[in-house]
Design a binder for this molecule. Structure first.
Ligand SMILES: CC(=O)SCCNC(=O)CCNC(=O)[C@H](O)C(C)(C)COP(=O)(O)OP(=O)(O)OC[C@H]1O[C@@H](n2cnc3c(N)ncnc32)[C@H](O)[C@@H]1OP(=O)(O)O
Length: 170
């Protein structure tokens, strides 16, 4: 299969935070942000693979900054690495200052999607070729994140997670 660039399937969703989407502190509810990230990530996975894609795992989420009511929130989803049938999608979340328009990073997350056929059976996806320095860094680290996710899900034995183990051995 022909490799694709991360920019080929980049998805950017911009939306405002409405009163029904906030917690008692008037900040964006975490579950609402997870849903927005899942939507953006699944569109990226579908654009990359041109297949039906399902969320296999949420590997990491960092709610670093609260997002206040009325904020304009941009969710950016990019393929960071592909394996056989799965795709790691990196999500960056930005909020935009109302007066200056300057965007600052609020949160990030890493999701895994799997491409499937009409019966739900996993199918192969095209490789991804990172271009920028950040894309290359995220690509390099993705295998150990996959191994960690599989170990935590009980789908890989810890001793098989060679890339992950190498992190802890000088
Ligand atoms: C967009 C949405 O919200 S969809 C709705 C929510 N999601 C769902 O309903 C998905 C339900 N789950 C499923 O359908 C299945 O468990 C699947 C398709 C995700 C995986 O099916 P499995 O039978 O486990 O297939 P299999 O073992 O071949 O794994 C398929 C790939 O997923 C990867 N995978 C499975 N679980 C995980 C996990 N927890 N973390 C990382 N990767 C995983 C496997 O490593 C494999 O990757 P590879 O082919 O690239 O090496």
């Amino acid at each position: 299969m022909q490799p694709k660039y991360p920019s080929d399937s980049l998805t950017t969703l911009t939306d405002i935070v409405l009163p029904g989407e906030t917690n008692p502190l008037n900040n964006l509810f975490g579950g609402e942000l997870l849903a927005r990230m899942d939507r953006a990530g699944s569109i990226t996975a579908r654009r990359h693979s041109r297949r039906i894609c399902v969320t296999a795992s949420v590997n990491h989420v960092a709610f670093n900054r609260a997002i206040p009511l009325g904020s304009v929130v941009t969710v950016e989803a990019k393929v960071s690495r592909t394996f056989k049938t799965s795709m790691e999608i990196f999500i960056d979340v930005w909020i935009e200052d109302r007066e200056t328009g300057i965007k600052s990073k609020a949160n990030e997350a890493i999701y895994t999607f799997v491409a499937v056929d009409e019966t739900g059976t996993p199918v192969a996806v095209p490789p991804v070729e990172p271009q920028t320095e950040l894309e290359k860094l995220r690509f390099e680290a993705a295998l150990r994140r996959k191994q960690l996710s599989l170990v935590l899900a009980g789908k890989m034995k810890p001793h098989e997670a060679t890339e992950l183990k190498a992190l802890f051995i000088e």
